[in-house]
Design a protein around this ligand. Structure first.
Ligand code: C2O
Ligand code: CU
Length: 470
């Protein structure tokens, strides 16, 4: 195991009320029901063993009311968008009885979780696609704290874009004693009549850009309002489940403390005014809302430059309103994040892989890829158990590409090749730029996917495989 430094918890307060009793007189709890307007459905645990979470999960067509013009026919896990929130603790086992009631094949991929290869949900490579009416049983341990998510891996852009995604929270034993709210951010492309726009709307140009929906969703809702007490820290655990849209967030001019990311708590939290999440990424944010009772604060999407057309003539958009209630007389300080250490991977003997992100059309068909090769023609990159690799992605295309590695966390490096100090599973490769990371292939041989998480790009070929052998 390569991540003991991240998961080994410094034992502090326990969860819930006990934390209040044992950790001093702060009152960190928001009014009950303060976030009801964005409540996620929760998965029903069928197993009485507290360390086993056994759920049924059904992918099926559903309908949402998003615009006045009419209902939107979508897909949802258990008919919900997002699907049910799965809540667990580090070390729990998850058993998912998955059933496909869609009119097309699908799978479930557990984004960010270090699953056994056969549980990774990649059609053809790790399992056969689940046909309409078919089922599949996913079973694995949840080895790491953090916020993860699940989504299909067949026709990813159309299926995720239609609403198939959900969040998984894996809690450590020393979570900070403040309220947390999971925010699943996404967008959906609908016409005035409410109908979902066809997934190929706009043709190749739209695929190259990466389609962004015109309706922004927070936990499946359009511009919801929640309540918050002024001066009381609020922990927002955010995942970007949009197929292409980057989310740059602002809450007035209030600073966000970033206490974690893809792989749980950071060793060193940082304060950021406008956190950015590429598709696939997660951020663990703490913000202290300030203002007078009755005042509304708005969490906004701010245009982020991910290439041509992503910021020009575009305005910020409202995501979520916080309606302030009277708080304590003194602002409650943000409690310290649980202590974590970061141990850099030794990259001195690393094998270097350099990958150019490319477009090389095939017979008039748009084809994106790695080094000129779309996934359907590619052969896996070899890796050996125990090997350390340094991957560098170069991007000379007109749009940024968030590259996601399945099944492993990696350590992003700065331009000088030094570790940035956290683990991640998704890294942004900006326009005319590059991004590098170190990965240690320490366990679980098999075929592991690596791809752009702008899902239109992935579907157009920007995917590859790593064959990890003994
Ligand atoms: Cu969330 Cu293969 O990705
Ligand atoms: Cu891309």
């Amino acid at each position: 195991m390569g991540h003991d430094d991240r998961v080994s918890a410094h034992r502090g307060c326990l969860l819930g009320l006990f934390a209040l009793a044992s950790c001093g007189p702060i009152e960190p709890v928001q009014p009950p029901g303060f976030a009801d307007a964005i409540a996620l459905p929760t998965a029903v645990d069928l197993d009485p063993d507290p360390r086993i979470i056994e759920v049924e999960l059904v992918a099926r067509p559903t309908s949402l009311s998003l615009v006045p013009g009419g209902p939107t026919a979508m897909y949802g896990f258990d008919g919900a968008v997002p699907g049910p929130l799965i809540e667990a603790r580090v070390g729990d086992r998850l058993v998912v009885h998955f059933r496909n009631e869609l009119p097309e094949p699908t799978t479930v991929h557990w984004h960010g979780i270090r699953v056994p290869n056969a549980m990774d949900g990649v059609p053809e490579h790790t399992q056969p696609p689940v046909p309409p009416g078919g089922s599949f049983e996913y079973r694995f341990e949840l080895p790491d704290e953090g916020l993860y998510w699940y989504h299909p891996h067949v026709r990813s852009a159309p299926q995720v874009g239609a609403g198939l995604y959900g969040a998984i929270v894996v809690r450590s034993v020393d979570e900070p004693a403040i309220d947390e709210t999971v925010l699943v951010l996404s967008d959906v492309a609908v016409g005035e009549d409410g109908a979902l726009l066809p997934a190929d709307t706009g043709g190749d140009l739209a695929t190259l850009f990466g389609r962004e929906g015109n309706v922004l969703l927070v936990n499946g809702r359009v511009r919801p309002t929640i309540r918050a007490r002024a001066g009381v820290p609020l922990r927002l655990r955010v995942v970007n489940a949009a197929i292409s849209r980057y989310f740059q967030l602002a809450l007035g001019s209030l600073p966000f403390r970033v206490i974690g990311g893809d792989a749980g708590f950071f060793a060193s939290p940082r304060d950021v005014s406008r956190p950015v999440l590429t598709p696939g990424q997660r951020l663990d944010l703490v913000v202290v809302p300030r203002g007078t009772p009755g005042q509304a604060l708005t969490l906004r999407w701010i245009p982020y430059d991910r290439g041509y057309g992503s910021t020009e003539f575009r305005d910020p958009e409202d995501l979520l309103t916080l309606l302030l209630e009277r708080g304590p007389d003194a602002v409650v300080p943000i409690p310290p994040a649980p202590s974590r250490t970061f141990t850099p991977i030794d990259g001195s003997g690393a094998s270097a892989l350099e990958v150019e992100l490319t477009r090389n059309d095939r017979d008039g068909r748009l084809a994106l890829g790695f080094d000129g090769i779309p996934d359907w023609e590619s052969t896996p990159y070899p890796a050996r158990l125990g090997e350390v690799q340094r991957w560098t992605f170069r991007n000379t295309l007109d749009w940024a590409h968030p590259i996601h590695l399945h099944g492993f966390f990696f350590q992003p490096l700065d331009a000088a090749g030094r570790p940035l100090g956290h683990w991640a599973d998704t890294i942004d490769v900006p326009v005319d730029g590059e991004a590098s990371f170190l990965v240690r292939w320490d366990e679980r041989p098999g075929l592991w996917m690596i791809h752009c998480h702008v899902l239109d790009h992935a579907d157009a070929g920007m995917m590859g495989m790593v064959e990890l052998s003994r």
